[in-house]
Write a protein that binds this ligand. Structure first.
Ligand code: HEM
Length: 401
């Protein structure tokens, strides 16, 4: 037993030291306090793979209706928070999810592949020519939001402005959990923009996602304009920063483990192993919150009804019960398919296939053009957030083929 482990484990998701490397704390939580209670911040946390993945499936006992973030008011104006089905329980959630799925289909996502490729090349090639660039600024920070915009039917001329607004919606000063005025203003502007687009498509439908959502119908029931705007907002909140950070984390960990990068540089078709291992090893969405609707017993203790409960995704993904030598970044790993990264059960990430497609296309393009690269450690900047894990800045120097 080490000296550190004589002290009871403490876990504060806002602590900067914790952000540097959360995994030793997770390991202690799994071993010493599988049901952890933080009295100061008044939340419970589950860290073992079985508890986290089962927790996702206990939708009746662990509710989403009060939001899925530990932060008091994570998404700004309340209207859009209540509209989004991530923060609803069934049957309201299921009704809306099924209607959205009529428009946001796997085929519509798969059809984006060629455009994702074109956008990646458009951003990546000029950056590679310079030899030194910030991966987040030039590629990872642009691609996910631009892909969402293209799917919705946002004109190319507006894409950059939409990206700027979306970034402002998500931006928080380090250490501040309250929503800043700039984020509220950006949310309102984005909502006005989407409202105009929905009204316009109602008059003049096209073949884009917005028109498909307007068209979606199940047994005579369809989405209201507000619900469509709420879903667009949810895509910005759930699908933009998470995918940007996934792309950043992939490059960061492959540069720290160059023998792993060699595997994809030698055979870019192995890129999906790189994507899956990054999603496991250091996922961009580290935890989600729930509210207990009844007393729940875990490990001989009780979570009282009404309590906030965190499901620690990042911890579940390193649990030795499921992942052999989970602390090593290994593209040859055989235990695939047990990831907690996209949740489970009724709220399973609706955009998982889109996130995987974007990451696969962008990283394959990178690996097939870049022989080797180095992250400039002195220039990296990590975001400090209770749940988002990844980099705001990731400068790299590349050696192209
Ligand atoms: C839900 C992670 C990308 C749309 C979720 C959940 C997780 C997650 C963990 C479940 C949340 C919960 O149960 O409380 C991620 C990660 C991503 C990613 C790690 C990228 C690496 C995307 C993308 C989109 C998207 C690209 C769409 C454009 C959604 C939606 C939900 C969701 C709509 C709510 C589903 C529901 O409540 O039924 N995501 N996501 N996500 N995600 Fe993602």
């Amino acid at each position: 037993m080490t000296a550190a482990s004589l002290e009871p484990v403490t876990f504060d998701p806002y602590d900067y030291v914790f952000h540097e490397d959360p995994y030793p704390t997770y390991a202690r939580l799994r071993a010493e306090a599988p049901l952890y209670y933080n009295a100061q911040l008044d939340f419970y946390a589950l860290s073992r793979h079985t508890d986290v993945t089962n927790g996702f499936r206990l939708a009746t006992q662990l509710s989403n209706a009060n939001g899925v973030s530990l932060d008091p008011a994570a998404w700004g104006p309340d209207a859009h928070r209540t509209m989004s089905f991530l923060a609803m329980d069934d049957p309201r959630h299921m009704r809306m999810r099924r209607l959205v799925f009529k428009g946001f289909t796997p085929k519509r996502v798969a059809d984006m592949e060629a455009r994702i490729h074109e956008l990646t090349v458009e951003y990546l090639v000029p950056a590679l020519e310079r030899g030194e660039f910030d991966w987040i600024e030039e590629v990872a920070g642009k691609l996910p939001m631009d892909v969402i915009s293209e799917m919705m039917g946002v004109p190319a001329a507006d894409r950059a402005e939409i990206r700027r607004m979306a970034d402002m919606v998500m931006h928080r000063e380090d250490g501040v959990t309250d929503v800043p005025d700039s984020a509220i203003e950006a949310s309102l502007n984005l909502v006005v923009y989407y409202a105009n687009m929905v009204a316009e498509r109602r008059e003049h439908p096209t073949d884009d996602l917005t028109s498909a959502l307007l068209d979606a119908e199940i047994d005579g029931d369809s989405l209201t304009d507000d619900e469509i705007i709420g879903f667009m907002f949810l895509m910005v909140v759930a699908g933009n920063e998470t995918t940007t950070k996934l792309l950043g984390n992939a490059l960061y960990w492959a540069s720290r483990n160059p023998e792993q990068y060699t595997k994809v540089a030698d055979d870019p078709e192995r890129v999906s192993d790189w994507v899956e291992e990054t999603l496991r090893y250091d996922t961009s969405s580290q935890m989600v919150a729930r509210t207990a609707t009844e007393d729940l017993e875990y490990h001989g203790k009780v979570i009282p009804a009404g309590a906030k409960v965190l499901l620690l995704i990042g911890s579940a993904n390193r649990d030795a019960e499921v992942f052999d030598d989970g602390d090593s970044f290994d593209l040859d790993r055989v235990e695939k398919g047990n990831l907690a990264s996209f949740g489970a059960g009724v709220h399973f990430c609706l955009g998982a296939h889109l996130a995987r497609l974007e990451a696969t296309v962008a990283l394959r393009e990178f690996a097939s053009r870049v022989k080797s690269y180095r992250v400039r450690e002195d220039g990296i900047e990590r975001v400090h957030s209770s749940n988002v894990r990844g980099f705001a800045k990731l400068p790299i120097t590349v050696e192209v083929r």
